[in-house]
Design a protein around this ligand. Structure first.
Ligand SMILES: [Zn+2]
Length: 140
């Protein structure tokens, strides 16, 4: 639900003036939230550090001085090659980047960040139910 809300906010923000570029990275932002939740290992500070990394990544900045938890600042992905890059980068300080920053640094989200550190989701249950339906359809 956290990821879904973030996606909704990014899509909503992309509708405002000069923020259309944001829409291209909307699902990537949601996926990054999932990634941060999964990789933090229950540590809220680490999750915040990973989550904030997207602010650098979207402006084509993949290394920075320090994370908010005091660790080395950098993306976890492999080096990017220009020819594989299909999404445009946001311009640092542009309206789209500022709108993006407001979503990432949303006070309410950061206050509740601790609730996402256990990476609990219903994906496995949904998968189980869809598997059950293969062998025991509801109409039989
Ligand atoms: Zn990056």
């Amino acid at each position: 639900h956290g990821g879904k809300n973030i996606l909704k906010k990014v899509v909503e923000a992309s509708k405002s003036k000069n923020c259309k570029e944001q829409l291209v990275c909307a699902t990537a932002v949601r996926n990054h939230f999932w990634y941060a939740s999964k990789e933090c290992g229950g540590d809220e500070r680490k999750m915040k550090a990973i989550w904030f990394g997207i602010l650098h990544h979207v402006v084509n900045e993949h290394e920075w001085l320090l994370n908010v938890d005091g660790t080395y600042g950098g993306c976890a992905h492999e080096p990017l090659y220009v020819e594989n890059q299909c999404k445009p980068w946001l311009e640092k300080g542009s309206p789209a980047h500022l709108a993006h920053r407001n979503i990432v640094e949303d006070k309410r989200l950061l206050k509740n960040l601790g609730q996402y550190t256990n990476f609990r989701h219903t994906g496995f249950l949904e998968s189980f139910h869809s598997h059950m339906l293969m062998y025991a359809p509801k109409r039989h």
